[in-house]
Design a protein around this ligand. Structure first.
Ligand code: CP
Length: 359
């Protein structure tokens, strides 16, 4: 008996902010000329690190994601007949479910493992032997593991592609893809020709680059487009090292201008895109960083600044921003489905089924 559901009380339409429709992906589609040839490089490749991507591949991947997002009903069968093995040995809401949603939306089938203790690993089986078995069961593996080396261990025996869905403190390349896709979707003008009138933006990252895999992978990807970013400011309160050896140098050599500060309030009014994260997975649990940094309606954000967060959020991101135009974190999470659809289509050799112009 449902007594409290009165007619008119239930609303399925999102009211504000209006960043979930097809206007932004359509803008990005217009900004990038289709050239599917670049996407062939992704076929049957393992995806382990943001380092593997170049500018042309990223642009075409974002274009394909925008094509899926602009018209979610258009492609329902590219992965028909293919099986995904979704192996998550560390908790996940977004990454596992968005990969699985992406695969289902493309017409494929899925086998999902959410607990290593239900597999032979509990009996001491090596990841390499598990990988050998996966070759017989599926066409692609998505692996999340608390251990940095797991993805490479499994790769040793795999003859089907694997995607690193987060390996300890190391990398989370598909999160970074989704993050950069969100930034370009927000302002497709960033990808205009030099002299087209758009000024590079300021990106602020509240996080620790050598302890957060999302931040590490995003910075590498941002460094592929240094002309789009006037400056990247790392906001942290960590008294330890915030960079691994060579990490900062790699970004600077790519042409990124990087500043660091512990004073969030003074830099926020200058920042166009604020990316915040406060946790890092370590072993079987997580550690919090920057707990004194909180974004809420009273934060001195630029009027048109957007806020991004890989989620799950804690106290660092107040839900009182959810109903404001700063909230791009939900759009970021939504866009990850379409981005992953694009990546999976390319990796599983079904790209010809979704291209309008084939070169
Ligand atoms: N962004 C992200 O990795 O979220 P999950 O841990 O829920 O997958």
């Amino acid at each position: 008996m449902v007594s409290n559901l009165k007619e008119g009380n239930v609303e399925f339409e999102r009211k504000v902010p209006d960043v979930y429709g097809d206007a932004h992906p359509k803008g990005l589609l217009k900004a990038i000329h289709e050239d599917g040839e670049h996407l062939k490089q992704l076929s049957s490749q393992h995806i382990i690190s943001s380092d593997q991507f170049d500018r042309d591949v990223l642009l075409q991947l974002f274009r394909l994601a925008a094509k899926f997002e602009a018209n979610p009903q258009r492609f329902r069968t590219p992965l028909q007949g293919k099986i995904l093995i979704s192996a998550f040995y560390e908790p996940s809401t977004r990454t596992r479910l968005s990969f699985e949603s992406a695969w289902h939306r493309l017409g494929g089938d899925i086998m999902s493992i959410t607990d290593r203790s239900t597999t032979g690993i509990a009996k001491g089986e090596s990841l390499s032997d598990v990988g050998e078995m996966f070759n017989n069961y599926g066409d692609c593996v998505v692996l999340r593991d608390t251990n940095e080396s797991s993805v490479k261990e499994m790769m040793r025996s795999l003859r089907i592609p694997i995607i690193n869905a987060g390996n300890g403190l190391d990398e989370h390349p598909t999160q970074a893809l989704a993050d950069l896709y969100t930034i370009f979707k927000w302002k497709p003008e960033m990808l205009g020709e030099p002299g087209s009138g758009f000024s590079p933006i300021r990106l602020g990252i509240i996080g620790v680059p050598n302890k957060m895999r999302t931040v590490r992978s995003l910075l590498k990807m941002v460094a592929i487009f240094p002309e789009c970013f006037e400056e990247v400011t790392i906001i942290h309160d960590d008294s330890d090292r915030i960079w691994d050896k060579g990490q900062l140098e790699q970004l600077q050599q790519a042409g990124l201008k990087i500043a660091t500060t512990t004073d969030m309030e003074s830099v926020l009014p200058k920042i166009d895109v604020v990316y915040i994260n406060a946790i890092a997975w370590k072993g079987d649990g997580f550690e919090s960083y920057g707990t004194r940094f909180v974004l809420d309606r009273n934060s001195p954000l630029k009027k048109d600044a957007i806020v991004m967060h890989p989620l799950a959020r804690g106290d660092e991101l107040s839900s009182d921003l959810d109903e404001t135009s700063h909230n791009w974190y939900f759009s970021q999470a939504r866009g990850a489905v379409f981005l992953r659809m694009a990546l999976l289509t390319c990796m599983c050799e079904r790209i010809e089924r979704v291209m309008d112009v084939w070169m």
